[in-house]
Design a protein around this ligand. Structure first.
Ligand SMILES: *[C@@H]1O[C@H](CO)[C@@H](O)[C@H](O)[C@H]1NC(C)=O
Ligand SMILES: *[C@@H]1O[C@H](CO)[C@@H](O)[C@H](O)[C@H]1NC(C)=O
Ligand SMILES: *[C@@H]1O[C@H](CO)[C@@H](O)[C@H](O)[C@H]1NC(C)=O
Ligand SMILES: *[C@@H]1O[C@H](CO)[C@@H](O)[C@H](O)[C@H]1NC(C)=O
Length: 382
């Protein structure tokens, strides 16, 4: 996993399984001032990161800095590789530059300070959560007219997977002394107090707000050609061996989620019955002209419970060769989706943009359940 944090290292310790734990945990675990403390930590983090970046990016090649600035203006986005590979001169060399030179080298990569205000987000969690953090920033900017920025670590994660991301790293306004402490925490708060900056916490994701732009978000998250090519090759070879032309992506989340569901709502993981019923639904609908492409953090369980004796179920990454980005691209390339829960699977199904069957959780604030209410061709099944 890429390093999580950037300017918000104070948040990295929030465990992934406790999705939105900060908002939903018992009151005694949330001292009233914890937000302020965290904000202070975040602010100090942002400030010190900004300072660090001024020094470290001073040594980054000018070429990259210029590419950054064109990315910022949304004109010609840089090739993905330039955004991913951060080449820095070894520590120590910056100090040899006269400060005026450092200043000149950095200036082209910076952008004018936001006049109306800015929105940014704290980063934590893995790919699915980070996509929500990016999308929430993007959507908040769209709604409020504030300028969006994301921590560099978030761009680094997403640039490996998607091309043409337009929200620049917050470091491009590191010279602006934006007082993030003096900001609101959501697009809803901003509506009550416009004129503020928005500093979005890790959770919640404001799904109802964000998903009003679900069609645009499918374009925001456009995969790199290599990932598209790889997933289409995989599907083609699966289709070739099975003869089927309809692909249903099945996302099975297990490992850490059992604990999460129990804490959240005294619920258990979806049983094999849910997946088999949902698969039966698609088989009936497509008269067996269908194959199931399973992505999971527990491929062995899937092999034993979903694929036994079936010639139409393919487990991706069973050999341990898959990666989250490959799994996501594969889900997105499928025509339809079966999804239990979890932000990662939600994005897979959103990007696939087909009919989606979602496991019926009683915890209605889960992202998958909210999405099932909002996106027209999604529905829940017991
Ligand atoms: C930022 O805003 C807070 C809250 O309004 C204020 O207390 C603090 O002094 C400000 N910090 C700076 C550096 O202006
Ligand atoms: C599909 O199957 C045919 C015949 O078995 C084979 O010649 C061809 O290479 C296969 N194509 C792919 C993409 O696997
Ligand atoms: C189903 O998905 C495959 C792979 O992405 C695509 O080639 C095909 O056109 C899709 N079929 C339909 C009916 O959309
Ligand atoms: C989902 O579960 C709830 C109980 O938690 C039930 O009332 C509802 O009918 C179920 N929905 C579907 C579509 O099965």
């Amino acid at each position: 996993m890429p390093r999580v944090g950037g300017g918000v290292r104070g948040y990295v310790k929030v465990p992934l399984v406790n999705k939105r734990g900060a908002e939903t945990g018992p009151a005694k675990s949330r001292p009233a001032d914890s937000w302020c403390c965290k904000m202070l930590v975040a602010f100090v983090g942002v400030t010190s990161t900004a300072v660090l970046i001024l020094f470290s990016t001073g040594a980054v090649t000018t070429e990259r800095v210029l590419q950054r600035s064109s990315d910022v203006d949304g004109q010609s986005p840089p090739p993905a590789s330039s955004a991913v590979v951060v080449r820095q001169t070894p520590p120590g060399t910056v100090a040899e530059l006269p400060s005026t030179m450092t200043q000149r080298a950095v200036a082209p990569g910076l952008r004018p300070c936001p006049t109306k205000g800015a929105v940014t987000v704290q980063v934590a969690g893995r790919l699915g959560n980070q996509m929500w953090q990016y999308a929430t920033t993007w959507a908040t900017a769209r709604k409020t007219g504030l300028e969006p920025f994301v921590p560099r670590s978030l761009r680094r994660t997403l640039d490996k997977i998607f091309r043409d991301l337009s929200v620049p790293p917050v470091e491009v306004i590191s010279h602006c002394h934006v007082n993030w402490t003096n900001s609101v925490k959501s697009p809803y708060d901003w509506k009550k107090r416009p004129g503020q900056n928005v500093f979005l916490p890790i959770y919640p994701f404001y799904e109802t707000f964000v998903l009003q732009w679900v069609d645009e978000l499918r374009r925001v998250f456009t995969f790199h050609d290599e990932l598209l090519q790889a997933s289409h090759d995989t599907l083609r070879s699966i289709g070739n061996s099975s003869g089927a032309t309809t692909y249903v992506g099945v996302h099975v989340r297990r490992t850490d989620y059992g604990h999460h569901l129990w804490i959240r709502g005294r619920e258990h993981l979806a049983s094999s019955k849910f997946f088999l019923d949902a698969m039966a639904y698609f088989k009936a609908k497509y008269r067996d002209d269908v194959v199931f492409v399973v992505t999971s953090d527990d491929p062995i369980w899937c092999q034993q419970n979903l694929a036994k004796g079936s010639s139409d179920v393919f487990i991706a990454g069973g050999s341990g060769l898959s990666t989250p980005e490959k799994d996501l691209a594969l889900m997105a390339a499928c025509n339809h989706s079966i999804l239990d829960y979890g932000t990662f699977g939600c994005w897979g199904a959103i990007l696939a943009n087909g009919e989606t069957i979602v496991y019926n959780l009683s915890v209605s604030v889960e992202t998958s359940m909210i999405a099932a209410k909002l996106i027209p061709n999604w529905r829940v099944m017991d």
